[in-house]
Design a binder for this molecule. Structure first.
Ligand code: ADP
Length: 323
């Protein structure tokens, strides 16, 4: 449904997008993940016809976005990072305005009613957009993307600035939309794509560094578990004990001190749960554990893990070839 081929966008000497290719099949939800400045918005803006590329092709439903932007745009609903809301309009006025702008031919009343029901904004249709909460505004942004019933939906950082409850609601909404749309969700938040996407394409510094099923990425990321532990005891001895626990791959003091306790980060070997051994080893020394929590990986950690996994795979392949 979406085909991006050797796409390049250059600003002067800087490559915002540097020769990326990937495709998204009909009905797939793909997460487009990368740190800030990776090139996500640039790619999304080219894909939706808002920005020209330096070279490469982008096709949506077989239509070249650069050659036939008008036809291609009809297939796409886009929620940019800054939704194009007219805050002095009422929700209803705004959606009618979008309906006219998109030259929509579906039954106006029935279609807009459906869009409002799906995005759960039916109760605020008569309200001014500027008086809505951020969560509701984001839903109105999603509603404008749905007007015209486009087959492809593109969401750029849809949950930025929302509170945790609103984040869950928007993620659920996107997941539900995925049942009858092709969806690209662009974000810098790993758990977001893990929660929503079937596949994850990771971009860093304008280049694609991974394109994998979500479960494969999750496996790589969760393989080595990372914990933050606060322990009451002498730092150097505690650290030596931690490093001696079977299954502990790495232990570092992270420098946070609270009276006589310190915080440590521990990484365990793949598939080994070190928490019980940790407890008994420290209890034997009379060093109480004041806190233990799993630490989510940063995107940078994820890149390192993916590179390691990729190198291991390649080495295994080479060994097989030699055998
Ligand atoms: P992301 O959406 O992943 O945060 P962007 O696509 O916004 O990343 O930006 C990718 C890179 O391109 C960044 O280094 C950014 O500074 C640069 N960039 C984006 N837009 C422009 C522009 N109009 N002029 C110059 N550089 C730009």
């Amino acid at each position: 449904m979406i085909e991006i081929s050797h796409l390049v966008k250059r600003y002067g000497a800087k490559f915002a997008v540097d020769d990326i290719s990937f495709s998204v099949g009909k009905g797939e939800i793909v997460g487009f993940l990368g740190p800030n400045g990776a090139g996500k918005s640039t790619t999304m803006n080219i894909l939706t016809g808002y920005l020209s590329s330096t070279s490469g092709t982008v096709k949506v439903g077989g239509i070249d976005v650069l050659e036939s932007p008008y036809e291609a745009k009809k297939l796409i609903g886009f929620l940019p990072e800054q939704p194009p809301l007219y805050v002095d309009m009422k929700v209803d006025e705004y959606l009618n305005f979008v309906y006219d702008l998109k030259k929509c031919t579906l039954n106006r009343e029935k279609h807009l009613k459906e869009v409002c029901e799906v995005t759960k904004i039916a109760d605020v249709r008569g309200r001014l957009i500027k008086n809505l909460s951020k969560g509701y505004r984001q839903r109105v942004g999603i509603a404008q993307a749905l007007v015209g019933n486009p087959k492809v939906l593109i969401f750029d950082e849809p949950t930025v600035g929302l509170d945790p409850k609103q984040i869950i609601e928007i993620r659920n909404l996107i997941r539900n939309l995925g049942s009858d749309h092709t969806v690209i969700l662009s974000t810098h938040i790993l758990p977001e794509v893990q929660a929503v996407a079937d596949r994850i394409v990771i971009i860093n510094q304008g280049k694609i560094v991974a394109d994998e099923k979500t479960e494969n990425i999750t496996r790589v990321v969760e393989d080595g578990r990372l914990y933050s532990v606060k322990i009451c005891g002498p730092q150097r001895e505690v650290l030596a004990t931690l490093k001696g626990i079977p299954g502990v791959l790495r232990a570092d003091a992270v420098g946070e001190r609270e009276l006589d306790s310190f915080t440590y980060h521990i990484e365990s070997e793949p598939g080994v749960d070190v928490r019980k051994s940790l407890f008994f080893a420290l209890a034997a020394k009379n060093w109480p554990i004041l806190g233990l929590e799993a630490v989510g990986m940063s995107l940078e950690d994820v890149f390192v893990k993916l590179m390691e996994a990729d190198t291991k795979k390649k080495m295994a392949g080479e060994r097989r070839n030699r055998a």
